[in-house]
Structures are given as structure tokens and as C-alpha cells.
Design a protein around this ligand. Structure first.
Ligand code: AMP
Ligand code: GLY
Length: 422
């Protein structure tokens, strides 16, 4: 089989490596992929949002199956376009991807169907939002409606900060049209859990839970990033919490999307907060998380491509989805200065003996050399019987990846470890 994967990051590299385990796979094309994946996929210089280019390439190569991983092409209808061209694909259609691309849509969906989430108000008039926020309880949470590269959420500790956030989003249009509307919502407290799931609209199978580390610095300090590391499973996701999520959040969300005529097929990601009143939804994503995927897929014992194709064909109920009961840890090695100012183009070495544990997020090949080409450069994953060993293993790998100005957090997994110890 010829497989096409749309996207270019560490998540895509993890998906590609897992798909490669299927013996029927002859070739995987990554559009655009990155130089660090060249051993696992044929990288083709077609951008992830060039929908016409992707479809034309898929037809030209007679691709058998496509996986669309990032949010942007999903929201732009990449799966719709591939399907229209007769290419079966993994990922939601645009009318279902809206669950991530519009926070207003997802909040209204949850309200309508009684799915637990933070209480909220929606504004399309900046003056009204500014008036409202003056008396909002603190902290308060301001969110741009649309996609904003994970930066459209501001937790305001003072009324002034909230006002500044509204001005930046709605008046200065920091995130363009994504800021035409905003959500102002209640601040929730509790540990966060990420749960990715496979769903074909009839059946929903949660994957092993995980914990992201979003802040740039040790001890969860500094700026929000795309994620500096992950562990799986997440100790706060107990069997009791899992059962409650299934009953009150996961299945109701799948059913709600069906009732709205927006059947969701693909990977539905639940960003949850385990509050003292039970689990609540912080956000939905219409795709695999990054870097959650880099710990979740290494624990998947069943065949990923078989599961994906079963989702497309609405046969998930009859398909085995089995996870190992081991632990995984992924440590992101970034370029110093990320997520703000950082340099690219440092020569990088990844010793052969660790290649199978390294997911490359930002690299390119130039004159035969591998160069860093992004803020987050690689994710290093280890799987072990205990979390402690997985953390140690991931750091052992991360320290063997060499490039100038490399930066990593030193405490990935420590909070989870403490939670296990009670
Ligand atoms: P999001 O982009 O929606 O994932 O939000 C980014 C981060 O902001 C989340 O991972 C949470 O840590 C935090 N966050 C978002 N909404 C809330 C909320 N209502 N209460 C507390 N923290 C929040
Ligand atoms: N790691 C969070 C996300 O993928 O959105």
C-alpha cells in the first residue's frame, strides 16, 4: 500500500513510524514532512495547507490511504477533498473539524448537550467584552474563537490583563479573523489530562491517557509552548474518572456531533481538567496531540493503520485497539529561546542506536547535513515498566541528540511521579 501523511512535526513522525510497522506498507509520503524523517518517509515539498496540491499528488501517485494530521488542513476540508477524489482518508471532514477550529462552536455544543465545561460568555463586540470583563471574577480566561497556534488562550490574573487580551485579540487582530469573536470563561482548577480517542461516529475507543507539560520552564514556569514533554498514562486519570468521562463527556460528544449532522471520524482529543466537581472539558482537538502522540502511539500494541482504516470504513467496533500497560515518557529538545526568539540551522547528530526513539519535529537536510529548523527540534521517547525508568530512558536518549543551543526541561514526568507516590 502507498500511504500519504499530511504534516511535518514530531507527531507526524510518530504516526509514520507506527504505520510503517504494517507489513503491507510499501511507501509513505510525507507532505511536507521534514529532513529528519527522510529514513522513514519520502518527503515531498507540498505544504500541509495546499489542499489542491495534496489531492493532485495523491491522485498522481495512486495513493491507497491518506492521514491528515494537523488542524489547519482538516479545518480547510482536506479530508473532504481527498474523499471526493476517491482517496480514503483518516481525519474528520471540515464540518466536524469545527469542534477545534471554533471555540464558540464547541462551547455551544457542550452547553446544548449538557457536557461539563467551564461556564462562559461569547462576544463579537469588543466594547461589550471590555465592559463585561471589568466585573468578571478573577482569574478569568479569554479565548480567541478560531485557531491561533495554541496561543489564543490568556489566563488573566487582573482585570487589566483581561482588557489587554481583549484588545490584542479583537482590536489589534493578533490572530487575524480568529479574533472576530471571543469566549470569556470561568477559570477551572485541577490536574489536566489529555485523552485521545479513535471514533468512527458509532463507536469511541479512548487511547491511553497522557499528561502534557505546556510551559517552557521547569516547575511549570515561563511561557506556554506547543508542549515540552509528555508522559503516559496520566496518574490522575483513574478508572473512576475514566468511567465518568466515558459516560458524561466522550459518548455524549460523539452523539452530539451526530445529532448536529457533523459526524466525527478520526482522532478526537479531549483536553480535560479533573476539578473537584468532576472532569470538565477544557478543549477539544480534532486530531492527534503533539507531543501526546509521541507517548501514546509507542504504547499501542495493535496495528495503527488497521485501526485508522476501520475508522474510515465505520468498522471500529470490530477492530482490536490494545495498549500495553507500560509507561512512556517523551522529552522535547528545543532550540534555546523557544517559544520566542530562537535560531535555526545548527548541525544536529542523532546516533543510529537511538534513531527508533527519536521523533524529529524541526529539521532539514542541507548539503547532506541535518540542520535544526524549528523551535521544537526533536522528541525523545522511552517505554518502560515503570514511569521512573521511562523518564530516565527518555533523558538518556535526549542527551545523545547533539546540536548547539539545545534546551530541554529537566523535570518532565516529575509531577506524575509524585502523584503516583501520593
Ligand atoms: P487551550 O489552548 O484551550 O488548550 O488552553 C491552553 C491552556 O490554558 C490549557 O491547557 C489550560 O492549562 C489553560 N486553560 C484553558 N482554559 C482554562 C480554564 N477555563 N481554566 C483554567 N485553565 C484553562
Ligand atoms: N499538546 C497539545 C496539543 O496538541 O494541542
Amino acid at each position: 500500500m502507498k500511504i500519504l501523511v499530511v504534516g511535518s512535526g514530531g507527531r507526524e513522525h510518530a504516526i509514520i513510524k507506527k504505520i510503517k510497522e504494517n507489513k503491507d506498507v510499501e511507501v509513505i509520503y510525507a507532505l511536507p514532512g521534514n529532513g529528519g524523517m527522510a529514513k522513514d518517509a519520502v518527503c515531498v515539498d507540498i505544504g500541509a495547507t495546499d489542499i489542491d496540491g495534496i489531492v493532485a499528488f495523491a491522485k498522481e501517485k495512486a495513493v491507497d490511504y491518506a492521514v491528515v494530521a494537523p488542524d489547519d488542513p482538516l479545518a480547510l476540508g482536506c479530508v473532504d477533498a481527498l474523499e471526493a477524489a476517491g482517496i480514503p482518508s483518516f481525519g474528520p471532514r471540515a464540518n466536524a473539524a469545527i469542534i477545534e477550529s471554533s471555540k464558540v462552536f464547541s462551547k455551544e455544543l457542550m452547553k446544548k448537550y449538557g457536557i461539563p465545561t467551564a461556564s462562559y460568555d461569547v462576544f463579537d463586540d469588543p466594547e461589550e467584552a471590555l465592559r463585561f470583563v471589568k466585573t468578571a471574577p478573577l482569574p478569568t480566561v479569554v479565548k480567541a474563537d478560531g485557531l491561533a497556534l495554541g496561543k489564543g488562550v490568556i489566563i488573566a490574573m487582573t482585570h487589566e490583563e483581561a482588557e489587554d487580551a481583549i484588545k490584542e485579540i479583537m482590536l489589534d487582530k493578533k490572530f487575524g479573523k480568529s479574533g472576530d469573536r471571543i469566549v470569556i470563561e470561568e477559570f477551572l482548577e485541577g490536574p489536566e489530562v489529555s485523552v485521545l480517542s479513535f471514533t468512527d461516529g458509532k463507536t469511541l475507543v479512548p487511547m491511553v491517557s497522557s499528561m502534557d507539560h505546556k510551559r517552557a520552564g521547569d516547575g511549570d514556569t515561563g511561557l506556554n509552548t506547543g508542549g515540552m514533554g509528555t508522559v503516559a498514562p496520566n496518574p490522575y486519570y483513574t478508572d473512576k474518572v475514566a468511567a465518568e468521562c466515558m459516560e458524561k463527556i466522550f459518548i455524549p460528544t460523539m452523539n452530539a456531533m451526530n445529532a448536529e449532522g457533523r459526524t466525527f471520524k478520526g482522532c478526537l482529543y479531549f483536553g480535560l481538567m479533573i476539578t473537584k466537581d468532576g472532569p470538565k472539558v477544557i478543549e477539544y482537538n480534532c486530531r492527534f496531540g503533539d507531543p501526546e502522540t509521541q507517548v501514546v502511539l509507542p504504547l499501542l500494541e495493535s496495528d495503527l493503520l488497521t485501526i485508522m482504516m476501520a475508522v474510515t470504513d465505520s468498522r471500529l467496533a470490530e477492530t482490536e485497539v490494545r495498549f500495553s500497560d507500560k509507561h512512556a515518557c517523551c522529552v522535547i529538545v528545543a532550540s534555546k529561546g523557544y517559544p520566542e526568539h530562537y535560531e535555526k540551522g545548527f548541525e544536529m547528530t542523532i546516533p543510529e542506536e537511538i534513531e527508533d526513539k527519536v521523533y524529529v519535529a524541526g529539521a532539514k537536510i542541507s548539503d547532506g547535513k541535518l540542520l535544526t529548523n524549528g523551535g521544537r527540534v526533536v522528541g525523545c521517547t522511552a517505554v518502560a515498566d515503570s514511569l521512573e525508568e521511562a523518564i530516565k530512558g527518555a533523558y538518556d536518549v535526549a542527551k545523545k541528540v547533539r546540536f548547539d543551543n539545545a534546551y530541554m526541561r529537566t523535570d518532565i514526568g516529575q509531577r506524575a511521579l509524585k502523584a503516583y507516590k501520593g
